[in-house]
Design a protein around this ligand. Structure first.
Ligand code: SF4
Length: 233
């Protein structure tokens, strides 16, 4: 076995172990080992030095946004946070109650699960960027309507362009359909990497769905493994 294969095999074992540990924690098994360190995420990563549009500028443009009806019910606009240091950007559907209250993406129960998924991939939340298709909370956590997506998605696309990631991950049906301009079900959109403007896009289940349907976690792990493969240099 050469060194590259041995390294790949070791990385695969570590990832499987992390996934197994996640499963144990989900099942309520606790250990005395300290949990993964959680550094506070940065609100906006540093501007890229290659002249691309900056996230700060896009964020400023969205301040006080009233482009769609979702503005009327929001407490806070949830722009996104993290960095694309790992090359990975997660795109969810829209803020929920906790996110709306705190102005940060994926901070409720689904966010905790997303943290574990990121950890299982050998990454830290600060190394990925997390955002949503719509930046204001849809009432009753419903899926965003087509006109709401149409109003907000251009800002998402500019965010992704500014970040310049290697791989995109769509979390759930709304994000997958918005990015791909598709009306196909998630069962058709996941399972193999797609392309978004020439960039690999992996569609997987939303963590909130995985909380309700743990039997899908094995399939989600396959999607995460595909992302890990695409992120390799
Ligand atoms: S969801 Fe997007 S387009 Fe609609 S009001 Fe909020 S920031 Fe503006």
């Amino acid at each position: 076995m050469n060194r590259t294969n041995a390294g790949d095999e070791l990385a695969g074992c570590v990832a499987q172990l992390r996934w197994h540990l996640w499963g144990l924690r989900e099942a309520g098994v606790r250990s005395r080992a300290p949990s993964a360190p959680q550094s506070p995420p940065r609100a906006h990563p540093a501007a890229p030095a290659d002249g691309r549009e900056t996230l700060s500028r896009i964020g400023e443009e969205l301040q006080g946004c009233t482009r769609c009806g979702l503005h009327s019910g929001r407490a806070n606009l949830v722009f996104g946070e993290g960095s694309a240091r790992s090359g990975l950007v997660f795109v969810g559907e829209g803020p929920g109650a906790d996110e709306d209250r705190l102005g940060r993406p994926f901070v409720g129960r689904a966010g905790k699960l997303l943290d574990k998924m990121i950890f299982a991939m050998g990454l830290d939340r600060t190394e990925v960027y997390i955002c949503n298709v719509v930046k204001c909370r849809p009432p009753e956590n419903r899926a965003p309507l087509p006109d709401e997506v149409a109003s907000c998605a251009p800002f998402l696309f500019r965010q992704i362009d500014a970040l310049g990631p290697k791989v995109l991950c769509a979390l759930g049906l709304s994000a997958a359909q918005a990015l791909l301009g598709s009306s196909e079900p998630l069962s058709s959109l996941r399972g193999k990497a797609r392309l978004w403007r020439g960039m690999p896009l992996v569609c997987t289940y939303h963590p909130a769905y995985l909380l309700r349907t743990p039997s899908r976690k094995a399939s989600a792990w396959q999607d995460l493994k595909e992302i890990m493969r695409l992120l390799k240099p």
